[in-house]
Design a protein around this ligand. Structure first.
Ligand code: CO
Length: 136
């Protein structure tokens, strides 16, 4: 069902400071930078082989990532798996009894379609599934 790990999401207070680590020290190539209003974040994607690291800066304290950071501070936020057909995958996951945060996909970074599963159903790991635009 899951094709591969698409990215890991990392919550950061300052994108440019985080880029100094990931792009500077770790020498990952910057792939994309975008403000995603539907998720309340400014996001940066960096390449790691076929996968990515997604740096997330909350646009405000009332956003999902803002609330996460108020509770946990900076750090690992979610893992995202790539799927070919997010609608079919969501149906199968829901049928398996997993609670969903998003019952319908929404638009994520780079025009992808994304949905989050509830961490209460996934052993505390916030899990995202993503159908990349144009199927990269
Ligand atoms: Co993500």
């Amino acid at each position: 069902m899951f094709g591969r790990i698409d990215h890991i999401g990392v919550a950061v207070e300052d994108i440019d400071a985080a880029m100094a680590l990931y792009e500077g020290s770790f020498e990952m190539a910057l792939a994309h930078r975008e403000t995603v209003d539907s998720q309340g974040v400014e996001a940066v994607l960096l390449d790691v082989g076929e996968g990515h690291v997604e740096l997330l800066r909350p646009l405000g304290p009332d956003t999902p990532v803002g609330k996460f950071m108020a509770k946990n501070g900076e750090g690992l936020h979610h893992v995202a798996y790539a799927v070919d057909d997010i609608d079919a995958t969501l149906e199968r996951i829901a049928a398996a009894g997993v609670k969903l945060i998003d019952t319908k996909p929404r638009i994520g970074i780079r025009e992808s379609r994304v949905a989050f599963l509830h961490p209460r159903s996934t052993g505390g790991v916030l899990t995202e599934i993503v159908e990349p635009a144009g199927g990269h």
